[in-house]
Design a protein around this ligand. Structure first.
Ligand code: C2E
Ligand code: CA
Ligand code: CA
Ligand code: CA
Length: 277
């Protein structure tokens, strides 16, 4: 099933449950894509809401399919998670991010890079070691990275997730709870994890303008995060009004189309020049 997106790109929507035959071919296509280097590192800036400076970027994967154009993560990440392919993809993303980090540092640009991590990654006992190898390969530091994890990824197997997260944190990587407020969060459990950042899910931020309840949820989350000594980031900022509202509520950082859409990593440097001018 293919449909036309607003920007003209063809979105390929594989019907994951349709048949195991199709699922199998999607898996082999993903493997081929990895071999052919068809995945792309995109980044989206995160800015300080206090002084407007770009402080970090989130790494987001894109799949440049030879026939189907761009395939967006929502179309294959869930399937990559089901099949375990996500581990290879996470490895590719971490490597691409570390390489970009090195290039930016060489150009005098120091930004934290947030990488998305899934349940299946956290179940891998060797993940911290694999990450350490990538860091030394590209001569970058653990402290250059923040790992974004969803609440549900942690709740799948809290004990094992906790173990892996403790190791990653001990290495010096920051941890962020992604899509905060949408999962089955156990606040008591979150309290015990070595978390640095809460990321308010865009579903609340997108509706802040229209729905006072969403504003209340956002405000409460900011206060909760701050009371726990965490940095709070809002994603899905699409206009100046919402950005100002978040600023007034004391939110630390923001990310969204109003600031910039995700862009190829190679376009970040020129974009930064236009932002600071
Ligand atoms: P996420 O981690 O919550 O990432 C934020 C998503 O919101 C991104 O979608 C981003 O393009 C989009 N977004 C950013 N600003 C705005 C805005 O102002 N308005 C709206 N409507 N959307 C905005 P994207 O890149 O399509 O990724 C979707 C999801 O796929 C991500 O959600 C994440 O869960 C997953 N994903 C993407 N890349 C990776 C990856 O490398 N590894 C893993 N495990 N998951 C990934
Ligand atoms: Ca994320
Ligand atoms: Ca998110
Ligand atoms: Ca999400």
């Amino acid at each position: 099933a293919a449909k036309q997106a607003k920007n003209g790109a063809v979105i390929y929507a594989p019907d994951i449950d349709k048949s195991s035959q199709q699922s199998l071919s999607l898996l082999s296509e993903m493997r081929t894509a990895l071999e052919r280097n068809d995945f792309r590192l995109y980044v989206q800036p995160k800015v300080s809401l206090t002084n407007g400076e770009v402080v970090a970027v989130e790494a987001l994967v894109r799949w440049l399919h030879p026939e189907r154009n761009f395939i967006y993560p929502d179309q294959f990440i869930p399937f990559a998670e089901q099949t375990g392919f996500i581990r290879q993809l996470t490895h590719w993303m971490m490597n691409a991010s570390a390489q970009a980090c090195r290039e930016w540092k060489n150009a005098g640009i120091h930004l934290k890079i947030s990488v998305n991590i899934s349940t299946r990654d956290l179940m891998d006992q060797e993940l911290p070691e694999k990450f350490a190898n990538i860091l030394s390969l590209h001569q970058v530091q653990a402290a250059d990275f923040c790992l974004e994890i969803t609440e549900s990824a942690i709740m799948d197997d809290p004990v094992r997730a906790h173990l892996t997260l403790d190791k990653l944190h001990a290495m010096g990587m920051e941890l962020s709870i992604d899509d905060f407020g949408t999962g089955y969060s156990s606040l008591a459990y979150l309290k015990r994890l070595p978390v640095n950042e809460l990321k308010i899910d865009k579903s609340f931020v997108l509706k802040m303008e229209q729905d006072i309840d969403d504003t209340k949820i956002v405000k409460s989350t900011i206060d909760l995060g701050h009371n726990m000594g965490l940095r709070v980031v809002a994603e899905g900022i699409e206009n100046a009004k919402v950005m100002n509202l978040l600023k007034e509520l004391g939110c630390d950082q923001g990310q969204g189309y109003h600031i910039s859409r995700p862009m190829p990593a190679s376009e970040l440097q020129p974009w930064l020049l236009t932002w600071s001018q």
